[in-house]
Design a protein around this ligand. Structure first.
Ligand code: NAP
Length: 304
């Protein structure tokens, strides 16, 4: 009988790369968890063999429902909500209850966290730190995956300008800041491996990045080279950049509660001076090849 793999934030960026890697495996049945009706309808059309479930991770009863009969949960937390820690704790608690049911098939909790959850100045990192702690202390068989800033974040904006004479990148923070980038494609491959190989990865925490630290200027240059273009970088002023984030994440620039605005405000401030550093060795060991450069990722987008 096939095993039930539950994936949260199934309509999001990470799952758009991960779900296709698991969907055709006959040993798995997928339960794709979303919040909105629009995402539910879209995924039902895209993945007719999967079960698509609407849930609000704020509600413990919804978390219990998504875990019913599950063998594995691949847990991604919704971004930039002050409730992120509560959501994660709700899901861990639901997994513990599921694992204690008579005849339970529950076997693995995979948490897609973030690189350096110990960075308390970044709320979107700090909020995951408590989820990691709760999961570690739950005594469930777990694996924690820590991706960095996704390589793909700026690529859509740039590839859309492939036929423009002078493409421009609007940098949301200082372009001198360096990051290790994680390609969504590489990260999905590593995540699928962890799900498939299961017990080999129990109780491990992996930093998963595709590149050594590189300045944003170098990152944009590498994408520009794949497009055959010189890209001009324009840094967006702080207040405007926070407004852009809020508009993208919450649908409004100004009419956003401070509890939500806190996340983007801290992020832009932090990234103006400090980036996220790691080393691609662990990712390369997992996927058995070199991590993708920004140019590799851009070429994939251009070929689509
Ligand atoms: N962007 C980066 O560079 C980066 C890097 C490392 C880690 N991360 C982390 O990645 C996570 C987000 O993953 P993603 O980028 O794949 O997602 P995403 O594209 O931002 O999509 C957000 C997802 O959250 C779901 N959602 C929102 N509110 C919900 C709720 N109350 N209950 C259940 N689901 C809810 C949405 O469902 P609907 O579509 O139905 O609304 C959607 O699937 C965040 O924790 C973020 O910190 C991001």
């Amino acid at each position: 009988m096939s095993e039930l793999i539950v994936l949260t934030c199934a309509s999001g960026k990470q799952c758009s790369h991960l779900v296709p890697l698991l969907y055709d495996e006959s040993m798995y049945k997928l339960r794709l968890v979303v919040n909105s009706t629009a995402s539910s309808e879209r995924l039902q059309k895209q993945y007719p063999k999967a079960e698509v479930v609407q849930a609000n991770l704020d509600f413990p009863q919804d978390c219990a429902r998504i875990l019913e009969g599950a063998t594995v949960i691949y847990y991604i937390g919704p971004p930039f909500t002050w409730k992120e820690t509560y959501y994660g704790i709700n899901v861990v608690d639901a997994a513990v209850s599921e694992s204690k049911k008579p005849g339970s098939k529950f076997a693995h909790f995979v948490f897609s966290s973030v690189l350096h959850p110990e960075l308390t100045k970044l709320l979107n990192h700090d909020r995951k730190r408590y989820v990691e702690e709760h999961l570690t202390e739950s005594m469930l068989p777990y694996t924690i995956l820590q991706p960095s800033h996704f390589t793909d974040n700026a690529i859509g904006q740039l590839v859309a300008q492939k036929d423009v004479d002078h493409p421009v990148f609007k940098a949301p923070h200082s372009a001198q800041t360096a990051f290790s980038f994680t390609s969504l494609h590489d990260y999905a491959e590593a995540s699928a491996k962890v799900i498939q190989e299961r017990s080999k990865h129990f109780y491990a925490t992996y930093q998963l990045v595709s590149t050594l630290p590189m300045k944003y200027t170098e990152y944009i240059k590498s994408i520009g080279e794949a497009m055959g273009k010189d890209v001009e970088i324009q840094e967006v002023p702080y207040e405007q950049s926070v407004g852009n984030f809020c508009e993208r994440m919450f649908g409004s620039r100004d009419d956003v509660p401070q509890t939500l605005r806190d996340g983007p405000e801290r992020l832009v401030l932090y990234y103006n001076h400090r980036g996220l550093y790691s080393n691609p060795n662990i990712l390369e060991w997992l996927i058995g090849r070199t991590g993708s450069s920004p140019a590799d990722v851009a070429k994939r987008y251009l070929q689509r």
